[in-house]
Structure formats: C-alpha cells, structure tokens
Design a protein around this ligand. Sequence first.
Ligand code: RI2
Length: 319
Amino acid sequence: MGTGEVSDDVVETAAEIAEMDIRGAATIARAAADALQTQAVESTATDVQTLDAELRTAARRLNATRPTAVSLPNALRYVLERAGGSDVESYRESVVTATGDLRERLESAQADLGRVGANRLRDGDTIMTHCHSTAVLSVVEAARDRGLDLSAVVKETRPREQGRITARQLRELGVPVTYIVDSAAHRYLDEVDHVCVGADSIAADGTVVNKIGTNGLAVSARERGVEVVVAAQTLKLDPATLSGHNVDIEFREETEILGPEERDDIGDIEVVNPAFDATPPRYIDAIVTEEGQFPPESIVTLMRDLYGTHPSAPWEDER
Ligand code: RI2
C-alpha cells in the first residue's frame, strides 16, 4: 500500500461486506472497525494529516457497501471519533485502542442483551426465527445456559436462505428445529410462543428495519396473538432518523432470486430484490438491547442519550 492509499484489507473487507461473505449487523461492525485498524497499522504515512485522510477515505469506502446496516456507520463513527494524536505513532495507537474497545463492547453487549431477552422466555417455549441474527442466538444461548428447554421453527428466509445458518447454530445449542419455507410461517404461528428477530436498523419512532419478510411475519404474529421480540444491540439505533432521515432500503442483484437462464426462460419480466423491510412499532412487543428492554415507541429516549440529536459523520468532515 502506498502512502495516501487505502489498504488491501480495507478493499477486501468492503468487497466481502458488499458480497455478504461478511454479514449480520454485529459482524459487519466488527469487520469494518478491524479494517480501519489495519489501515492505521499498515499505513506508511509520515504525518498525522495524511494518516487521518487515509482513515476517512477507508471509512467512506466501507460505509458505501451496505446502506441499511446502520451498525456500519455507527462502528466507523465510534473509531474515528476516538482517533487522534500529535504524531503518527500516537494516532495509530488511538485507532488500535478504539477498535479494541469497540470489539469488547460488542461482545459484552451481545451477552448482556442475551440475558435480558432470556428473561422473556419460559421453559418449554417455542420460538420462530427469521433470517440469521447473532443477537437472537445470544438470547437463546442465555436461556439454554439457565437450563430452559426451547424448540424453534426456523424460516428459510429467501432469497439467500440464511435460515440454514440459524438452524445449524440452534442445533449446536441443543434446540430442536423445525425448518419451513417462508410462506408456511402463518400456518405454524399457532404453535409458537414468540417470534424472535434481529434488526439491521432501528428508527427513532421504533420502526424496525430487518430482513425482507419481517413485516409480514410481524403482522401475521399480531393477528395470531404471538408476541414479536426484536433483539438488537444499541449499535443498531440509527441516530440520523432523529433529524428526519429515512432508513435506506438496500436493493440487491436480481440474480439472487433468478439466474439469467431461468429468467430468460420465463420471458420478459422485471425482478426486484429488496433486502429489507420496515416493521412499524405497533407490531412489535419489545426491543431487547444491552441497556434493557424497551417498548419500540420509547427507543427514541435511548437513542438521544447515546448518540445526541446531531450525530457526526467524521468520514465526511474536512479537518
Ligand atoms: P445480527 C441480517 O442482515 C439479518 O437481517 C439479521 O436480522 C440482521 O442482519 C441482524 O444481525 P444481513 O446482513 O447483528 O444478512 O443480530 O443482510 O447478527
């Protein structure tokens, strides 16, 4: 890597996040912070201004990969707000320290929210899952650690079928799994006690943006009287929504749904692939975070406490 350039690690991490080889909001946050750390450690910059500019260029590149996952800008903000120093060595050290702190916070937050979420579960309960959420898995793990027997109905989650990851990890936790296609969810809701999902982004009004299909599942669950629990670290709160911004919904390649040959075979059709949808707060019973559980309508108070009303975007600032 030449002076002033973005490191290969940043380029590779950005590509892996965009391609979803690295995915899940918490995992994305950790990978993005690690890439900033590598940029700082491997930089050949000899002055602070150059190193600082490299870091912000790297952050812009990482931030452009997945528009809905707010954990990405929140993680970049966490590191860059703590980066600084009078010389290259102290600046580099500050980035390493901030990245380590973020990693620790992510790990302890996940365990803490797991314990909070487990308080909602009872022995013998059945949960229904959608997609793959490390936060939901943490809730299940905490409940299993307390000796609770649980079972799960796991939705496949088209188009990328991340339900398979959830099914494997639930089996590793000793949870019996019934695996279903997405369209069978309504039929099996009568057999479950809780719908447990993660989040990619949570807006100030308590709207939860999560993998496509969450909204329909939550509406069905409300109709059947099944509670909907969202497990999400506070890193998922999107402070930009405090000032009126909407959460961008990522649209992905149509080839995730239909390959080119299958598509040509069908004829002249349009294929669209929104990756996420927005579930209004009225369909959500609780948002479980490392700071406790909240009714969705009150999440705004936590958001203000943690991020302030006007969050910075240090990768855009001219210093
Ligand atoms: P954790 C995933 O998105 C799913 O929508 C999941 O609910 C959410 O991230 C949260 O993941 P994607 O990255 O942070 O698969 O709980 O598109 O692991």
